[in-house]
Design a protein around this ligand. Structure first.
Ligand code: SF4
Length: 253
């Protein structure tokens, strides 16, 4: 795998449920076709092609940078997100997964928890290195359909592997969460939100957000998202799961 050098790793994020974040890899093999916002930004500002994007490059000096940057965040950062512009447990990318485990161990050694999100699979090593009670491990899950996954998340982990990996983290006693975003409208795929929710009913937290890419051809999308958001909230209440509805849905409720 190719390597790059960066000058800085940690940054304060403006993302709605953010705090601090880092991206220790440039690019992402999953190659989501929603399309991926991080890819679009890199295409616009760095002229990166889709082919380049799907060949991830590791930040070779990631650990070195963190050793310099983390002491400044001690007692200041509530948690560090991994990641908003790449995937820390990229499917079948062992170098990425190994570096992510090293990074988690290092962040936790400063008493700071991590919040991870992946469309890959959590490994036993992730559970072994995790050393903070507030670490939270998440997956993105917007459909249970493998056909949808193959079309929109072509190189990401198959859905059942993703859920099994998350469930294993739950069984190890870790906090787990699911990002249901970007949730597709029925013209993209007809599906039952309740079935999807049941498949992850063991998690501690659900974040729900709408499909944000291009003009939606589905009639009355606001009404659709209001209805689905109500079902997610109802499910959370019934199961004792914290639910966060993203602002762009909340604001039209
Ligand atoms: S998994 Fe995330 S970072 Fe990777 S291509 Fe998909 S949306 Fe982009």
């Amino acid at each position: 795998m190719e390597r790059i050098i960066r000058k800085q790793l940690l940054y304060r994020t403006g993302v709605e449920y953010g705090d601090y974040a880092l991206n220790h890899v440039l690019g992402c093999a999953h190659g989501c076709r929603y399309p991926c916002y991080a890819f679009l930004m890199n295409k616009r500002f760095r002229n990166i092609t889709y082919e380049d994007w799907t060949k991830p490059k590791i930040v070779e000096n990631a650990v070195e940078l963190l050793e310099k940057e983390l002491p400044k965040l001690k007692g200041k950062a509530r948690y560090i997100n991994m990641c908003f512009a790449t995937d820390p447990f990229m499917y079948k990318q062992l170098d990425v997964v190994q570096l992510s485990c090293d990074v988690i161990a290092l962040i936790n050694s400063y008493g700071i928890p991590v919040r991870t999100l992946t469309k890959g699979v959590y490994t036993l090593n992730a559970a072994k290195v995790s050393n903070h009670p507030e670490n939270s491990f998440g997956i993105t899950l917007v459909s249970l359909s493998e056909a949808f996954r193959q079309k929109y998340e072509p190189n990401a982990a198959p859905i059942d592997e993703r859920i099994k990996g998350l469930f294993a983290m739950h069984m190890c006693g870790f906090r787990t969460w699911v990002s249901i975003e970007p949730y597709p409208t029925p013209d993209i795929i007809e599906q039952d939100i309740e079935e999807l929710l049941e498949s992850i009913s063991f998690v501690n937290r659900i974040v729900f957000g709408r499909w944000n890419y291009g003009k939606l051809s589905y009639p009355k999308p606001d009404q659709f998202y209001r209805e689905i958001a109500s079902k997610v909230l109802e499910f959370g209440e019934k199961k004792g799961i914290e639910v966060v509805i993203k602002k762009e849905i909340e604001n039209v409720r």
